[in-house]
Write a protein of this length. Structure first.
Length: 121
């Protein structure tokens, strides 16, 4: 249903570096970039976009798919190393479903960023 998500930020350069670092373990790279905009994704498709703005956004929740538990763990570490705040260590979330393995962080703009794997690994 959703083709892409756009986040607007007054700290574009810093947030672009943050996302580049924490999305790498999930296999996402910066695919497109020009002045004040960057698109992240896999295989020439960029479902996550950052754009420069003069106003501070309100926080939202974004869940990104991970191929396995190791990718979720690596995302969490990379995000914290890049300046995120812990919002839920990597682990199973059986309240969601038996194989829901996820980690949550708050990005520098206050967004709740999640990496999730739905496969038992």
């Amino acid at each position: 249903m959703i083709d892409h998500i756009g986040l607007r930020t007054p700290q574009f350069d810093a947030l672009a570096r943050f996302y580049e670092a924490c999305l790498a373990p999930l296999g996402y790279t910066k695919l497109f970039a020009w002045e004040g905009a960057a698109g992240f994704g896999r295989n020439d498709t960029a479902p996550l976009w950052l754009g420069a703005s003069t106003t501070r956004p309100t926080g939202i929740h974004i869940a990104l798919s991970a191929l396995d538990h190791a990718a979720v763990d690596a995302f969490y570490k990379a995000a914290l190393d890049a300046g995120a705040v812990d919002n839920g260590k990597p682990g199973l979330r059986p309240d969601y479903h038996a194989n829901y393995y996820a980690a949550f962080v708050i990005d520098p703009d206050g967004n709740n960023l999640e990496a999730v794997c739905h496969v038992a690994t």
